[in-house]
Design a protein around this ligand. Structure first.
Ligand code: AMP
Length: 194
């Protein structure tokens, strides 16, 4: 399997440590070099802007999908290959998911968590089978992994849910995970059966 596009979820804050900004730039360049089209939220701020700029600078293609109310604040990226303006956040999230063959979650805040857990929930329900990769920059996602293990330990999530995403720390393992068909398959009976 070779993916052609990836949706990246990441933070919009400009006030973050350089280690996260550098990772976003490196990952963007790697996507372009591997001819993987970036689909993202269309902003020019934070890691979002950095990854879009780095894909474009390395000769890659970027589609941004932005709701009118965010664009109205003039926070859209103006140099993208394609900018799609939608009515609301829900339309944006479903279009981003539709247009991507896989997903990368980079460090981020509330918006990133919302997007990441929504795409994991859709996968849990069998609505898609696309790879989801958490790029664990400098241990950023360790608390989230601990929380997910806690959900499993307390049986609010099934052990198989630990296979629903792949944690990675290098570009090589990221590319491998993006191109590996998901091993997780939805088994509602396991969770909801008596
Ligand atoms: P956060 O992780 O809270 O920084 O949120 C990242 C998310 O914030 C994005 O995916 C968008 O939903 C939203 N967002 C914030 N600023 C922008 C922007 N300038 N352009 C597009 N989306 C933005």
């Amino acid at each position: 399997m070779t993916i052609e596009s990836v949706c990246v979820y990441c933070g919009s804050s400009n006030h973050v440590d350089a280690v996260y900004k550098d990772a976003a730039a490196t990952i963007g360049a790697a996507l372009a070099h591997n001819k993987i089209h970036l689909v993202y939220g269309g902003g020019h701020v934070g890691l979002m802007g950095i990854i879009a700029d780095s894909v474009l600078a390395a000769g890659g293609q970027v589609t941004g999908i932005i709701p009118e109310h965010i664009r109205a604040h003039e926070m859209q990226h103006t140099g993208l290959t394609e900018l799609i303006v939608v009515d609301d956040m829900h339309t944006r999230k479903s279009l981003m998911a539709e247009k991507a063959d896989a997903f990368i979650v980079l460090p981020g805040g509330f918006g990133t968590l919302d997007e990441a857990f929504e795409i994991l929930t859709w996968k849990q329900l069998g609505l898609h089978t696309k790879p989801v990769v958490f790029f664990d920059v400098a241990g950023f996602w360790q608390p989230a992994f601990q929380l997910i293990q806690h959900l499993v330990d307390k049986q609010f999530a099934m052990p198989d849910n630990l296979l629903i995403f792949k944690p990675v720390t290098t570009i090589e393992t990221m590319l491998e995970a993006l191109n590996t068909p998901a091993t997780f398959s939805c088994n509602p009976e396991e969770k909801w059966g008596r």
